[in-house]
Design a protein around this ligand. Sequence first.
Ligand code: NAD
Length: 494
Amino acid sequence: MSITKEQVFEQAKQQKLWAGQLTVADPQSEATLDNHTPIDNTLIGQIAAGTAEDVDAAVKAARDGFENGTWRRLAPSERKTIMQRWCALMHEHAEELAALDCVDAGKPITECLNTDIPATIETFEWYAEAADKVFGKVAPTGSAALGLIIQEPIGVVGAVLPWNFPAQMYAWKVAPALMMGNSVIVKPAALTSLSAYRLTELAYEAGVPKEALQLICGTGKTIGAAIGRHMDIDMVSFTGSIEVGRLFLQYSAQSNLKEIVLECGGKSPQVIFDDAVLDDAVINDILSAAFWNMSENCSCGSRLLVHSSQKESLLNKLKEGLKGWKVGSPYDVETAIGPMIEKAHFEKVCHYLETAKAEGATLVAGGKIHTNLGSGWYIEPTIFDNVTPDMTLFKEEVFGPLLAVTSFETDEEAIALANDTEFGLAASFYTQNIKRAYKVGSAIKAGTVSINGFSEGDITTPFGGYKQSGFGGRDNGLEALSQYTQTKTIWLVN
Ligand code: NAD
């Protein structure tokens, strides 16, 4: 039965929200972890604290299911029908799913209703439709043999998720992996397991077999590591911090050389050239790139590189535009900026704020902490000018609403500044000059470059990073499907 957002918020108040193991075997432990909402730091319920034994049992069931072929051997069109039933259930429960992400991650309810959940459902719908349109190849062998090149599901896939887009990241990993016939074990972030739990329950209602899709809640150190080190998991798809991303490469090297795909954040530039048109739509795009989702966004445009001739006017317009960005409770439909995800992260962002001041950057907007709001982990969208490449704010991913402004004089300088980072996830730039657009678009080292607007692309386009922003593949688009398969050649000798 679908429930309203008010009912979810009431359940949160009564501390009744729950995310447990959804596995073929019974959970090995009854231990739980408290779940607090970042909105006001009150207890909203519990999540199960899974164990490494839960992972072992889930992998065994996933492997058995994969070998028996209960899901894998279904025709792609049959998997599609089940996925479409699942999507219909998601539509039915959209408000509930949105409210779960709102209360669990402190994301503004308007964003959850209008962006996160529609994008989640769209991802599943898109991959459901794509699944029966993936063809193999025939090699040009001549008449002596027939060389078939086919894509087979890779096997048992671990999906390790971050907390910043709980439902959406679930969709990005689970939809393509499942559609290609794999058995998937999901580990949501411990801070945000609620929507993943509910989505998985709906999958079973739609007819996805349990051995094809299991969910294990718990900490990264226990569940994430057990997945990473498991000898019978064939692949892990991970989104999160670069530090934990590196651990997954180590886990793989130390275990069975499982495939690893990483999406690990960024320090993305937004470049404003001297001929950029700074109309309201552009100002809104620049602010959205910088502050959308409290800047807890891996493709956040956190470095604003601006031609010196445009700087004063741009800063004035950004300050004006920020007046529309209300900091407040995520329950309020007017709110654009909610709290940081948790206290430790809030303190980290505050530290970056103080460091920026101490290193000599100029505070030009925001900077206030709203200690009067709920948990008190609310930080205003903040702009620092005169940020130089040696400053911490220029170099490190903050994952909080601090925008670094740096000016430049020439195109070459702009490109060098844009590329002066260990990351390469996204970039956007603004110009009216087509030659410059081509030159700069080619020169910037990033997985997604948008010109005259901010976009991460959509479900049709691959998403992932150059340099240390990623490893091993791409989310989204048809590209994501191939990373959940392996290539087999069948050589039929005449
Ligand atoms: P994280 O890397 O700590 O966690 C991501 C996932 O990995 C979670 O499911 C977590 O439980 C798991 N994990 C944690 N420690 C693990 C370990 N030792 N072994 C195996 N798995 C482990 O990221 P986070 O706590 O969600 O956020 C921390 C930082 O990561 C943020 O401040 C931000 O800089 C970055 N981040 C990036 C993205 C992104 O999209 N690129 C998303 C979220 C967070």
